[in-house]
Design a binder for this molecule. Structure first.
Ligand code: FES
Ligand SMILES: [Fe+2]
Length: 463
């Protein structure tokens, strides 16, 4: 494993003692486990440091088509909220409890503008300001309108997902215009994937590419395409808000680059689940999902995402009701317990760690470098914000659109040496550098340049 900017074994820990105890065997009594949760990076509720960090970014919170004419109670970042669409089709995202006497607005009445509380009829606009306090004298109404507010957050609806910003209003960033939100010929289908565990253990999986070879390939059954069983070489790269893991594998006479991507704090993309298997040439394929890992509370997470179908994503034949779940984790989510045991997928792996994974009980290896890097980077950002410095915002890094890198490329390079890992690592570094060099160019130019450079590598390695 190599990294552009890895600092030795930073964050990696092999515990000497645990190895000693294992060597003795039957060490159950002696082997003690920590109960200490890494609160600094795991807990995201209001007033926590990580919670404050998350409250500097837009997050998807609901699927548009699931919001009807009734309000819904939801929880995001540990906050109890109510989402509704008023009769003028404006979205409202407000604190759950009415500021009068705390009735829940999930039982509120959606009005032409805003929502009214069912209990005494206080009427709120979508920004939380009070429009009417029925049955009260005018001076009381005026007083209440001036002195009381319902907490509310800005929303943004885009391609079937509803996003919200839960931070200080004066720090609200632009909605991030990632390149992958608008690829020609890509059909983006919204989906959600719930996990009963802390957000970080769900996010960890994306910077842990090697799990694909085991959980999704060699352990129970082939959940994605066949080539995933080959471990290959894994290199990690970090840059600004990004962490990339490039898995480079040999499949016959081809070399397959699969790039997993996290843009902190929780935006993720990866290569295709089914379109790529290493057997056919792919020049600059892109991610089969565009996804955010959204903390509901400290022990519950929902991934909101689009599954991407089309020439540069996954094949249309997977554009079925179950398709996005198969792309997400290789198995459908809701299935009998025995099935989950026989054919475990990400839900089983992540939830099985417990509600909040205790990092002190882990033994990280070199293949966990991406996980260590990501946690470290998150910690740095959280501490930096706590010290008064605003965290990196993707929209400040580049003019729009913001370049992303998750995807597959497969080129023809027949094997020429026995141990190819160093060769693969060099190729991966070259491939990522090519992509970084076209940042800021139009999508058309990027496709043209990256495709041509991949063809050049192919020619160079086929003398
Ligand atoms: S509790 Fe909502 S109007 Fe009284
Ligand atoms: Fe997975």
């Amino acid at each position: 494993m190599k990294s552009d900017k890895l600092l030795g074994n930073r964050g990696l820990s092999i515990k000497k003692n645990s190895t000693d105890i294992n060597l003795k065997g039957f060490s159950g009594y002696e082997l003690k486990h920590s109960k200490e949760i890494d609160d600094e990076i795991a807990r995201i509720g209001p007033g926590t440091k990580a919670g404050e960090y998350f409250r500097r970014y837009w997050h998807p919170i609901f699927i548009s088509s699931e919001l009807g004419d009734l309000p819904v109670a939801i929880k995001i970042l540990g906050e109890e909220l109510v989402l509704f669409r008023d009769q003028s089709l404006q979205l409202g995202l407000v604190h759950k409890h009415c500021p009068h006497r705390q009735a829940s607005l999930e039982f509120g009445i959606c009005q032409k503008t805003g929502i009214s509380c069912c209990y005494h009829g206080w009427h709120f606009d979508v920004d939380g300001s009070i429009l009417e306090v029925p049955g009260q004298p005018e001076h009381t109404q005026d007083f209440i309108k001036q002195k009381v507010r319902l907490g509310a957050y800005p929303t943004h609806e885009f391609k079937g997902l509803i996003f919200a910003y839960l931070g200080p209003i004066e720090k609200k960033p632009e909605f991030p215009n990632y390149d992958s939100l608008d690829f020609d010929g890509m059909e983006m289908v919204p989906y959600k994937a719930p996990f009963d565990c802390n957000w970080l253990q769900v996010l960890d999986a994306i910077v842990d590419p090697i799990h694909t070879s085991f959980l999704h390939s060699n352990m129970s059954r082939q959940q994605f395409s066949e080539g995933f069983g080959e471990v290959g070489q894994i290199d990690f790269f970090e840059r600004d808000n990004w962490i990339l893991g490039c898995n480079t594998r040999r499949v016959g006479d081809n070399v397959w680059f699969r790039v997993n991507e996290v843009v902190l704090p929780n935006f993720t993309q990866a290569g295709a689940a089914f379109a790529a298997d290493g057997t056919r040439q792919i020049l600059y394929g892109r991610s089969s999902f565009t996804r955010w890992v959204v903390p509901v509370d400290d022990e519950t997470t929902i991934c909101y995402a689009w599954a991407n179908f089309g020439e540069r994503g996954d094949p249309q034949e997977y554009n079925t009701p179950e398709g996005p779940e198969l792309i997400e984790q290789g198995e459908i989510f809701d299935r009998p317990y025995e099935q989950r045991q026989r054919f475990p997928a990400d839900r089983e792996a992540c939830e099985g760690m417990g509600p909040i994974n205790i990092h002190k009980n882990e033994n990280l290896l070199a293949s966990d470098q991406g996980v260590a890097m990501m946690r470290q980077k998150i910690r740095e950002q959280i501490r930096s914000l706590d010290a008064g410095k605003e965290p990196l915002k993707v929209t400040e890094l580049k003019d729009s659109p913001i370049p992303t890198y998750g995807g597959d490329s497969v080129i023809n390079i027949p094997s020429s040496v026995q141990d190819e890992n160093d060769f693969f690592s060099k190729l991966a570094h070259e491939f990522i550098k090519i992509q970084f060099e076209v940042d800021g160019k139009s999508e058309k130019e990027r496709v043209e340049i990256v495709t041509n450079k991949l063809k050049e590598i192919q020619s160079r390695e086929n003398p």
